[in-house]
Design a protein around this ligand. Structure first.
Ligand SMILES: [Zn+2]
Length: 78
């Protein structure tokens, strides 16, 4: 069963009477109803899924590698 977010219940609900359809931009979506309040639910499939368990704490520390290139080429090959 697909889950969607009901804006009326402000909770995740299994989408009732889910019907899969393709939008104009080619993305798949599921249209259905909230089983509790019967509000229309719409869930976009495909694309980037953004789960609630996203951890923003993963900060990529920028390491500037200031590696000085050795320019010790004094001997010219004959
Ligand atoms: Zn609802």
């Amino acid at each position: 069963m697909l889950e969607g977010y009901c804006v009326k219940c402000k909770a995740k609900k299994p989408i009732s009477e889910a019907v899969e359809e393709v939008m104009k931009n080619g993305r798949k979506a599921v249209k259905g109803k909230c089983p509790t309040c019967e509000a229309v639910m719409f869930k976009i499939l495909g694309g980037k899924a953004t789960p609630a368990a996203a951890s923003p704490a993963a900060e990529a520390a920028e390491t500037s590698l200031d590696a000085a290139a050795p320019t010790g080429t004094g001997s010219t090959p004959a």
